[in-house]
Design a binder for this molecule. Structure first.
Ligand SMILES: [Zn+2]
Length: 65
């Protein structure tokens, strides 16, 4: 299943994923109940976690917000 990323460095990206969360680069994205439209198709929106960088040991050098 392809999902749409919202917020953070991966904003607007469409990737293969599913479940409660997906990882894009150094970032963690969390499933939402929203559906977004991208490339002419409706996709599940995954939202960038604002706290994803610190708990997982990633810093600003990973271009994470
Ligand atoms: Zn992040």
């Amino acid at each position: 299943m392809e999902v749409l990323l919202r917020g953070g460095p991966g904003d607007g990206q469409v990737i293969d994923g599913g479940g409660e969360s997906v990882v894009w680069g150094a970032c963690l994205y969390e499933r939402t109940s929203n559906i977004g439209r991208s490339r002419g198709r409706d996709r599940r929106v995954y939202q960038h976690r604002p706290d994803c960088c610190q708990p997982y040991g990633h810093g600003s050098e990973d271009r994470c917000e």
